[in-house]
Design a protein around this ligand. Structure first.
Ligand code: N01
Length: 508
């Protein structure tokens, strides 16, 4: 076995979260840091989701780092290639890329209580390696592991088949008969693109979503110049969008009736674009708006109403070598199959890879009570582990970048306090974690995600919402504004900690 490489901080993933952590820790002078990234580039979900039509449904001005404003967004809702290019540029300009290790996967991370370090096994192009890290910051993402549908016979299909998050650009779907399974946020973006090029599209819908109009527009050169040159303008614009979005929170978390105008708007959008009453009926949601993610598109309903698209609502019973069979016995032949069936959200793969102080994996710990964490970030039994986009940090209404920056601020403060107080470890206590989560789950009872009459990826198999944040995002920011050491059990540094060579020294 190779000698472990000592490192102060090991970050998993280089999406928005991993990148923000690397940049901000670097600014704090925490230079002994490595970012392990399984892909060949930065970007996370924005690197992976390259399906046609992929774009953000949160306004670009807010869906970007507060510390790296971009006056050059072309549209009010950015397309995926622009977000990916933005992240590449931010990483390059921050000068942190020399600490990124690409094409390398974290296999396991195990807490070694004697050494008070995380032993992190990775596999990269040169084979396996081990890091001995003081802290691990996971930015592995909540929507990173594609979820494939468990449908009888899917493995026997002879044509091309791929998940929306693993789009196979080598397959030309022009003129082909294509089936799409799923009608979530990804599907509604890719279906209009497929409809334009495919010969025929069968769209398999299990649950009809609410789809609002997408108020998207191109920024003029004048607007871009103003955002670039007028002091404070872009910040003001971002702030206005932020507060506009926060006004949605009560409709999700307190009283769904407040969302009645949004519901009317979505049904009006459907009525405007779909004239056939039978099709319209099939596309009409049967649950409260907000229970599932509210989608936005101007192109989806017109695409579904097109001649070359069939909306199939009969349940799928099996997939054959050449088509899909529904419960009524109909088989529809296809050349290619796109599964837009979402992600593993409440059973995140990284939880199986991380083993804490007591010898239990995160997944085993979560099995007790569902995914949980203190302030979405730290977990009892897992010293010096910080999760970004952890349990109950997801949003249905605003930008995850705001949440990520709040968590990064909390983690920076933790690391600062560890340095100042010469602490080797910080581990959140059980009681504050249990209290925090009891409060969240109590609050969940009245949210539309619980009362709205739908099944969604927000809920785990016990019906607990372990994914979303049920308050305003400014509440989250306030809660994480300072690392509250009193909620943690700590141990002091030993002489050995002080003499550990830096990673650079170990490499030299
Ligand atoms: O996945 P989803 P997604 N047979 O889980 C259906 C983010 N995102 O990739 O509703 C048949 O929402 C399932 O049906 P049902 C965003 O947070 C953001 O679309 O469960 N159907 C559903 O229709 C989003 O919420 C952007 O009944 C099956 C669909 O597949 C999250 O990613 C863009 C099935 C899955 O929808 C996930 O979105 C895209 C089966 N066996 C995504 N299994 C932005 O713009 C599942 N389905 C920022």
């Amino acid at each position: 076995m190779s000698t472990p490489l000592p490192v102060d901080h090991l970050v998993i993933g280089s999406g928005f979260a991993g990148l923000a952590a690397a940049i901000k820790l670097d600014e704090d002078g925490e230079r002994d840091l490595v970012v392990i990234e399984k892909g060949s580039d930065v970007g996370g979900t924005w690197r992976d989701n390259t399906y046609p039509g992929a774009a953000c449904d949160v306004p670009s001005q807010l869906y970007s780092f507060s510390f790296a404003p971009n006056p050059d967004w072309s549209m009010s809702f950015s397309p995926q290639p622009e977000i990916q290019a933005y992240l590449q540029r931010v990483a390059r300009e921050a000068g942190v890329l020399d600490r990124f290790v690409f094409d390398t996967r974290v296999e396991t991370a195990r807490w070694d209580d004697d050494q008070q370090r995380w032993m992190v096994e990775v596999t990269g192009p040169d084979g396996p390696a081990t890091y001995a890290a003081r802290t691990v910051l996971s930015g592995a993402g909540g929507l990173s592991e594609p979820k494939l549908p468990e449908i009888e016979g899917i493995e026997t299909f002879q044509g091309d088949v791929f998940h929306s998050a693993q789009w196979d650009h080598s397959v030309d779907l022009t003129g082909k008969r294509v089936a799409v399974i799923g009608t979530g946020a990804s599907a509604i973006q890719l279906v209009p693109e497929l409809q334009r090029i495919a010969g025929h599209v069968d769209l398999y819908q299990r649950t009809a979503p609410y789809v609002l109009p997408r108020h998207d527009r191109r920024y003029s050169s004048l607007e871009k110049a103003a955002l670039r040159h007028v002091p404070g303008l872009q910040k003001l614009y971002r702030t206005a969008i932020y507060w506009g979005r926060e006004t949605y929170v009560p409709a999700f978390t307190i009283e769904p009736k407040i969302a009645a105008p949004a519901k009317r708007m979505a049904l009006g959008n459907l009525k405007k674009h779909v004239k056939d009453p039978v099709l319209r009926e099939k596309l009409t949601p049967t649950f409260e708006i907000g229970c599932k993610r509210i989608l936005i598109s101007n192109a989806y309903y017109p695409a579904v109403a097109s001649e070359n698209v069939e909306l199939v609502t009969d349940p799928i019973s099996k997939i054959t070598g050449s088509g899909i069979v529904t419960a009524d016995g109909t088989e529809r032949e296809i050349d290619a199959l796109v599964v837009a069936t979402g992600f593993h959200t409440t059973d995140i793969p990284i939880a199986h890879a991380i083993t804490g102080r007591t010898g239990r994996t995160l997944a085993e710990r979560f099995a007790e009570h569902g995914m949980w964490a203190y302030k979405g970030t730290t977990i009892p039994e897992f010293p010096n582990l910080f999760m970004m986009v952890g349990p109950n940090t997801g949003l249905g209404h605003s930008s995850m970048v705001f949440i990520i920056e709040s968590q990064v601020a909390y983690i920076r403060d933790a690391i600062r306090q560890m340095r100042t107080n010469r602490l080797a470890t910080v581990e959140v206590k059980e009681a504050p974690t249990a209290d925090f989560n009891a409060g969240l789950q109590k609050r969940m009872k009245r949210t539309v995600w619980t009362t709205g009459g739908c099944a969604s990826w927000y809920l785990d198999d016990q019906g607990r919402n372990t994914t979303l944040w049920p308050h305003a995002t400014f509440t989250f920011r306030r809660l994480l504004s300072r690392f509250d050491l009193s909620a943690y059990t700590v141990t002091g540094e030993t002489a050995a900690d002080e003499t550990t060579p830096s990673r650079e020294a170990a490499h030299a």
